[in-house]
Design a protein around this ligand. Structure first.
Ligand SMILES: [Zn+2]
Length: 277
């Protein structure tokens, strides 16, 4: 599933094609992933100039000239791409296409999503900007403050760092990676970890995410994520998706576990020898 590095890769690849262009035609078709409604989405985006391409956590958004924002969440398999504009017949495109915008620069911008867990929206307010925790990529990522907060949390450390209201942008892949680099078992209670170890864990996040962005994100075996050029991400996680394969440090086979109750369960991957509780 796309996390911060994948969203950032797509944002930076799309930005030069759309920023400064005006949306001449807007099209959407899928009520359950389009908000507030398909017709309102089309109405409020058509004719608008795109003034920026931004990201917060895993959320990508494009401020428009009228003060609205076009929102894109990639979900599991969402993809943004750019094509030369041809005849305007969006309804004839693949059934996996859920949004199309004809731009004033002769390009056509497309949102596809085979599994439809992604989201398209238009909104004046951006509540996620304040609801989300700090960005690990920010210069002023508050390591000290977060270590203090984590030290009072009586939940497993992986669950704690997946909480977007605490830290923005980490999902399964990069949370497992951060725990591994800090030699922390993902099921260790946050409150049982020393402040030094918590600082170390937080300190690993930015380098991991920067490395992943340089690799244009990570594509797992399901092939779900492709960047805006249709290429797979080249970042190779050392833990996530490597169940049974040798740990890069000690060669012990990587194990997989499950965190949480059935519906919201998240898997985790760890080396039983490098990451002991
Ligand atoms: Zn190991």
């Amino acid at each position: 599933m796309p996390e911060l590095p994948e969203a950032e890769t797509v944002r930076s690849q799309i930005a030069p094609h759309v920023v400064g262009a005006t949306i001449l035609e807007s099209w959407a078709k899928t009520p359950h992933l389009t908000s507030p409604s398909v017709s309102e989405f089309i109405e409020r985006t058509r004719g608008q100039k795109i003034i920026a391409a931004k990201r917060r956590g895993k959320q990508i958004y494009f401020p428009l000239e009228n003060g609205d924002n076009l929102l894109v969440h990639l979900g599991m398999t969402g993809k943004l791409s750019i094509e030369p504009d041809s005849e305007w017949k969006p309804e004839e495109l693949s059934r996996h296409v859920h949004g199309v915008w004809r731009l004033s620069n002769g390009k056509r911008w497309i949102f596809t999503d085979p599994r439809t867990f992604g989201e398209l929206g238009v909104s004046r307010d951006l509540p996620f900007l304040t609801k989300m925790g700090p960005e690990p990529l920010d210069e002023d990522f508050p390591v000290e403050e977060l270590a203090e907060k984590l030290s009072h949390k009586n939940v497993k450390i992986k669950a704690a760092i997946l909480d977007q209201s605490l830290i923005a942008g980490l999902g399964n892949i990069y949370a497992d990676e951060a725990c591994f680099r800090a030699r922390l078992h993902p099921e260790t209670r946050a409150s049982a970890i020393s402040k030094d170890k918590l600082r170390e864990l937080l300190g690993h996040m930015r380098p991991i995410l920067e490395e992943a962005i340089r690799g244009r994100g990570a594509t797992l075996k399901d092939g779900g994520y492709q960047d805006a050029n249709g290429d797979y991400g080249e970042f190779k996680p050392q833990m996530y998706g490597r169940t049974g394969l040798p740990c890069f440090i000690c060669q012990t086979p990587v194990q997989r576990g499950v965190l949480g109750a059935s519906k919201s369960a998240r898997s985790f991957h760890f080396c039983p020898s490098c990451q002991k509780i």
